[in-house]
Design a protein around this ligand. Sequence first.
Ligand SMILES: [Zn+2]
Ligand SMILES: [Zn+2]
Length: 331
Amino acid sequence: MNSTVPAYNSPELLYADTDFSKLNWLEKNWAAWYIWIGNPIIATGLMSFLLHEIVYFGRCVPWIIIDAIPYFRRWKLQPNKVPTALEQWECTKQVLFSHFTIELPAIWLFHPMAESIGMTTWQVPFPSWKTMAPQIAFFFVFEDMFHYFAHQALHTGALYKHIHKIHHKYSAPFGLAAEYAHPAEVFILGTGTIAGPLLYCYFTRNLHIFTVYIWITLRLFQAIDAHSGYDFPWSLQHIVPFWSGADHHDFHHMAFVNNYSTSFRWLDYLLGTDDKYRAYKKRTAAAKAELKKKNASQEELKAMEEKLAAEAEREGLIAEAEVENYDKKKA
Ligand SMILES: [Zn+2]
Ligand SMILES: [Zn+2]
């Protein structure tokens, strides 16, 4: 029996050569899912879509709760801008719409594309951690670089005005706003997430979709956390200094300029697109130290932070108007 040929009518045949006693709990259930659904294309498509929905909204829930508890305001990057329930609901509806219209067909197309370049899907056991970890590290670096240049392009003229402006609706983002974007943007920036695994698999012929699922899960966590609007003392960027985190991306939404990458700080640093961000951080820290010397109250500190943030936001509005009016300047 050749187990590499998908046997759609008799899915058990897929696993004719598999020794189930050697599989772990997850691998057994993985095989059971493919046998139960009976068609690998539908089984992968459905699992990919469900994974995306469960991880996306599942990761947003803690942030919705945190936004509802005033205690956490002390770590909010723009404390005077807490999203209302209505704002979050409007955002959810828009995100769901694009999940069903753009992401669902894209995810469905992924299986045939993945199989045609030799990605393993229904096969068990999974690769070892030693195989998966460097692959995922490569996807992180590839996506960060792709996103940096694509995101910068989205900040120019027509691309901004007609596409990326939607994502910039929220100058103080929240978790749910991570995928709030024009369908074309979902497609363009989603390419950075998917192209890494596809290219890697094309050249090495050694990639399991389970590894891609771990990558997608981590990437969703990264995107949602970067939009959360909170910088806790225990946030990853305080442990891994080159990790971007919410502090980095929140500034991008507030000030409109700088900080174009997703996961890492190094590209913005090396290419000088974090100058305004770093100057802002310096200004805030200096003003804070000055006020602390004078034994200023919490209210005074808060007022100073709000004033500096408002200044950065005002400059951002001017920069945004300049990009949006790109065609008027030429005329
Ligand atoms: Zn942007
Ligand atoms: Zn954003």
